[in-house]
Design a protein around this ligand. Structure first.
Ligand code: TXE
Length: 469
């Protein structure tokens, strides 16, 4: 496959690089490209150009709206070129990769049109107080390898709408589509407003330590998120952290297993489980347990796993070697401890980081695959008898991204959902994520919120203008 332009974008231009690093196709383990390894002076140049561009960019809200809308059009126009790049580096089936490109465009479109209401907090004999939202300045955006373009759009669209300029860095595992996005937007966004650099993990650390950005918006692991927060504290950069999850789904005693099996499968296994807000553990009332395990096992067994370029494939590989080793280790440790894989349980024959989609029973808390984020195609299902216990077990964790409750009596399910400690709770669905819906983690799953007016506000400094009467 011929790759599009994967050079870095700095100050509106393609920049040559001297050093590069290998990018692999996770379906074949073959090197598919050398991505640019951003040098120190190139990172400085990217931040300097963002700082220069900020002065004009912040002044023109209607112009910014138009450019965000043009960016959405450019993404759609280039979807057929970008989707295969995503599949090549990330592994996901190419039809799902195309959905990601269109979803990223939808985020740009949403923010292009987002109303920013005037906020008057006081208007009386004493005076008038109005809230003004000012851009923070230059933003460093750091993204992970599971949805490179979509998660970039969650940062770029609100940051740019608010009048900030951005330096974006994708994961070293999946830099190609993001670099290509930078190239596509060179003709759309004024020079310096959006810079795209790539490099190994130390480049992320260099961004968080850099004196120019006033905000870091980060999506990735909890461990790295804590490092970002610590680094940002030095000069009090603002941070938004969207970190890992270990989302529970609680199935009440009035669920109809046949009606929800496909949804449970999709919300647990799509993108081979590599979704921050995927279902990562399931608690089922004991009266329905056998039925749910059987139905889900059958669906998971039927899942078509393979190279994302093969017609009809539903699930691609695990994205990278360390993650493959981690998922394999968690599943084999669970089985060694007495868990049963009702389907799957083993790595598949290579090449490629393919792992059999797996359903695990016979587990309780204390097992690593229940207590930690597996981020892969393996799902523990556990029975409970009292709903109070299920809620307590669901909450007994440092994670708090999403959670869901499933039942025919929606009022009752909603009441249970209200007892769960997470940034989002969903009733009879999971992973309901959209540009207008706030998304953020409680506890160690994050800091701050993305999307909607809240996500926009996170890229601003709040200023009170108070006029005495
Ligand atoms: O993430 P990292 P990894 C979870 C998932 C997975 C684990 C590890 O559980 O097993 O994270 O994935 C950049 N300062 N999630 O190791 O390291 C890095 O280059 C600043 C959940 O790939 O957190 C990349 O661009 N940045 C998650 C980004 O951080 C640094 C999605 C994320 O990488 C840095 C992915 C540093 N010191 C993994 N070191 C989700 N929330 O969806 C690295 N980076």
């Amino acid at each position: 496959m011929e790759l599009p332009d994967i050079t870095m974008t700095i100050d509106g231009k393609s920049v040559p690089h001297v050093a590069g690093f290998d990018v692999l196709n996770p379906s074949t383990e073959q090197v598919v490209a050398q991505a640019p390894d951003c040098a120190d002076d190139q990172l400085d140049a990217a931040f300097d150009s963002a700082a220069r561009a900020f002065g004009d960019w912040r002044e023109d809200l209607p112009g910014r709206r138009q450019i965000l809308s043009d960016a959405a059009d450019a993404l759609v126009a280039n979807a057929e070129a970008l989707a295969p790049v995503l599949t090549l580096e990330q592994g996901r089936p190419v039809d799902q990769a195309a959905i990601e490109v269109h979803a990223a465009a939808a985020w740009f479109r949403y923010f292009a049109a987002l109303e920013i209401p005037t906020e008057i907090v006081q208007d009386d004999d004493a005076g008038r107080g109005e809230i003004i939202r000012k851009p923070v300045g230059v933003v460093g955006a750091i993204t992970p390898w599971n949805f490179p373009l979509l998660l970039a759009s969650w940062k770029l669209a609100p940051a740019l709408l608010a009048g900030n300029t951005v330096v974006l860095k994708p994961s070293p595992y999946t830099p190609l589509a993001t670099l290509a996005l930078g190239a596509v937007l060179r003709d759309v966004v004024p020079a310096g407003v959006l810079n795209v650099v790539s490099g190994r993990d130390p480049l992320g650390a260099a961004m968080t330590a850099h004196p120019v950005p006033r905000k870091i918006s980060f999506t990735g692991s909890i461990a790295t998120g804590k490092r970002v927060a610590a680094a940002a504290a030095d000069d009090l950069k603002r941070v938004t952290l969207e970190l890992g999850g270990n989302d529970p789904a609680i199935l009440l005693d009035d669920v109809e297993p046949a009606a929800i099996t496909e949804k449970l499968f999709q919300f647990s296994f799509s993108n081979s489980g590599q979704v921050c807000s995927a279902i990562k553990r399931v608690y089922v009332h004991e009266s329905r347990y056998a039925e749910v395990v059987e139905a889900l096992t059958e669906r998971v067994r039927a899942a078509r796993v393979g190279d994302g370029f093969t017609e009809g494939v539903e699930l691609g590989p695990i994205q990278n070697a360390p993650q493959y080793a981690r998922v394999s280790g968690l599943v084999s440790a669970a089985i060694d401890d007495g868990a049963t894989a009702t389907t799957g349980g083993r790595p598949m024959d290579g090449p490629g980081y393919f792992f059999e989609p797996t359903v695990l029973t016979g587990l309780v808390e204390g097992s690593a695959i229940v207590d930690e984020e597996q981020f892969g195609p393996a799902l523990p299902i556990m029975p409970y008898s009292r709903i109070e216990d299920a809620v307590q077990r669901a909450n007994a964790t440092n994670y708090g991204l999403g959670a869901s409750v499933w039942g025919t009596d929606t009022e009752r399910a909603t009441a249970v959902a209200g007892q769960l400690d997470s940034g989002s709770v969903w009733v009879n669905t999971h992973m309901a994520v959209a540009p207008n819906l706030p998304f953020g983690g409680a506890k160690w799953s994050g800091l701050g919120v993305e999307n909607g007016p809240w996500g926009y506000a996170a890229f601003t400094e709040l200023q009170l203008v108070f006029r005495a009467r």
